[in-house]
Ligand binder design. Structure first.
Ligand code: GLU
Length: 589
């Protein structure tokens, strides 16, 4: 059974024409309308998939139907998304996988891309030491990290797969080989982000017509190169992507589009080599968990800033009676904004790849520390100044990095019949990643998630480029357990820096406001990573702007790339939800 959340025809695109500006689908009429507070259980079932595209959700459901585990179905969904939503994610990118059992065991796998071993902190600086303009960096091999999704999938499958590896590829291969219908959203991205989608002759041939216009919505698109690539990996395994002739050719492709550059010692340095690809490792990491109002929230730790930031935003608000305030109260949005500002100040200073930098995760998630940080929030007045705190273990003095522009990504969730959940966020970073293609898929631009500036005022930036390092992420695949220890919510989102806020809002919506997760996701978006509070245009927040300003906030309306997917347990059954701003869909086996 497949339920479209919105007809694709109902989703116009309001993408910015400027490729470096945030690209954002518009808020739809349903965003911000928490009218249905009671969870809709009409479409509930024991097992469920929620993804950003109905064909991808159905791919996961088909695998569940065939007896696959949540992990199997999540891998099939990830592969299908590569075909039908190429602007967002795929095997040319990376991701984070969080698996939770019904009984409360949580594990995470880090499939984040890595910089080539030859990369150095000067990677994104020109000869004069000035950071390269973003568009210049993104369209070259400088932005491409070693893709992580396939080794992530292989590790997850080794641990929790039930069906043969090759079976997981079947739905994606069928979509790529036989074709799929181009959605208005894909068409819109192809038109608006031509500098990336048409950066490579392969992209032009696949996605554009002779007159240069993007293949229209509603037409059938076949991607035989991707069908062939997926067929080979299905048969020969993930290693065949990383090693041997494929790994070698992939490294050569990336090196061929990487500008020559000189490293610190004046020697040529940098570009990707076959050993970088062959040596890629997906890493099992310790999940980051914390308790918010007796609920246990678990997610992805470094190199993601996701779990620490989601948790900080929530925990700092614990002393407030958010339920009494409700989502129509400007005071709620004010305290939510200031909690974000406090959390993002810490994120900016401390979060990076913990294999390279000491990240004080225990200090940042310590309940006493966060309670103290939360005491800074005044329910009547906006903070005039927000600074990073001093969590335990934060001995080293660091500088803030630059916050990159982001906009790709897909989150999906799967619950299987055994009650195991997978919450997986997959990304090529920006729309169509670097725009460079290989074997029918786009190569990521994840390395632009590093801070271009390696140091400020003589202090090093935690998220600076280093050889073999993983750029800091915002992706926040999460699972939530209720006070009885039963899994109750599985959630994540796309949208760059806004991701932790979307996840925190969904959790507050469910726990504090007693909304269905679908209504919680649909609540208006407010994002306050710094001193400006951005509000989603065309929502109930517009009417609250004056109240927020009266409390001392600087407020600006801005379209933001919100796209969340989730599932919620209601009366023992799982109900899926997708963002009304997206083409997302829920499928049951
Ligand atoms: N690359 C981003 C990250 O890992 C996500 C991109 C996006 O969702 O816009 O944080």
């Amino acid at each position: 059974m497949l339920r479209r959340i919105l007809s694709s025809l109902a989703i116009p695109l309001l993408l910015s024409a400027c490729s470096t500006a945030p690209l954002t689908p518009p808020a739809t009429a349903s965003a911000g309308d928490p009218s249905s507070t009671a969870p809709d259980v009409s479409d509930a079932g024991q097992a469920v998939v929620s993804a950003a595209d109905p064909r991808a959700a159905e791919a996961g459901a088909a695998i569940l139907r065939a007896g696959g585990s949540a992990t199997d179905a999540a891998i099939a969904t990830m592969l299908a998304l590569n075909v039908v939503e190429p602007q967002s994610s795929g095997i040319g990118g990376g991701g984070f996988y969080v698996r939770g059992t019904a009984e409360g065991e949580v594990e995470t796998i880090d499939g984040r891309e890595t910089a080539p071993a030859g990369a150095d902190p000067q990677w994104f600086l020109d000869e004069s030491g000035t950071p390269l303009p973003f568009p210049e960096a993104v369209l070259t091999g400088l932005s491409i990290g070693v893709p992580g999704n396939l080794r992530l999938a292989a590790l997850a499958h080794e641990k929790h797969g039930q069906l043969p590896w090759a079976d997981l590829f079947a739905p994606a291969i069928t979509l790529a080989r036989d074709g799929f219908t181009v959605t208005p959203r894909l068409h819109g991205y192809l038109e608006r982000v031509k500098d990336r989608a048409a950066n490579d002759p392969a992209g032009v041939a696949l996605y554009y017509q002779a007159d240069g216009s993007a293949i229209p919505a509603g037409s059938t698109l076949r991607n035989p190169d991707l069908a062939e690539t997926l067929t080979r990996i299905a048969q020969a395994g993930a290693d065949s992507f990383y090693e041997g002739p494929h790994g070698q050719a992939l490294a050569e492709k990336i090196a061929s589009v990487t500008p020559r550059r000189l490293g610190e010692a004046g020697a040529e340095s940098g570009a990707m080599v076959a050993a970088d690809i062959a040596g890629y490792e997906a890493k099992a990491r310790t999940p980051v968990c914390g308790t918010y109002r007796l609920y246990r929230i678990c997610g992805m730790g470094p190199p993601s800033s996701g779990a620490t930031t989601v948790y900080a935003v929530l925990k700092q608000l614990e002393r407030f009676d958010l339920a009494a305030m409700g989502p129509n109260s400007p005071v709620f949005w004010h305290v939510f904004a200031d909690s974000q500002r406090i959390a993002y100040a810490d994120r900016e200073l401390y979060l990076a790849d913990s294999d390279f930098v000491d990240v004080p995760v225990a200090g940042l998630t310590d309940a006493n520390y966060l309670t103290r940080r939360g005491l800074l929030i005044d329910p009547k007045h906006a903070l005039t100044k927000v600074e990073a705190g001093h969590p335990a273990g934060a001995a080293i003095s660091r500088a803030d990095g630059d916050e990159p522009v982001e906009n790709g990504t897909s989150h999906f969730v799967v619950i299987d019949d055994d009650g195991n959940a997978v919450s997986y966020t997959s990304t090529v970073e920006g729309p169509f990643g670097s725009g460079h293609m290989f074997g029918g898929f786009f190569l990521n631009n994840e390395l632009t998630d590093f801070s271009f500036s390696p140091e400020k005022d003589g202090k090093s930036v935690a998220n600076r480029v280093e050889g073999g390092k993983r750029p800091r992420s915002s992706m926040s695949p999460s699972v939530v357990y209720d006070p009885q220890g039963k899994m109750v919510l599985v959630v994540g989102a796309a949208g760059g820096g806004t991701i932790p806020v979307q996840v925190a809002k969904a959790i507050i919506g469910v726990i504090d406001f007693n909304l269905s997760v679908e209504s919680a996701i649909a609540l208006p978006g407010l994002y306050a990573p710094g001193d400006t509070v951005y509000i989603e245009p065309g929502t109930a927040l517009t009417a609250m702007q004056a109240d927020l300003e009266a409390m001392g906030h600087t407020v600006a309306a801005r379209s933001m790339p919100f796209k969340a997917n989730a599932a919620q347990r209601v009366d023992g059954e799982w109900v899926g939800a997708a963002d009304p701003r997206s083409e997302g869909a829920v499928a049951h086996p």
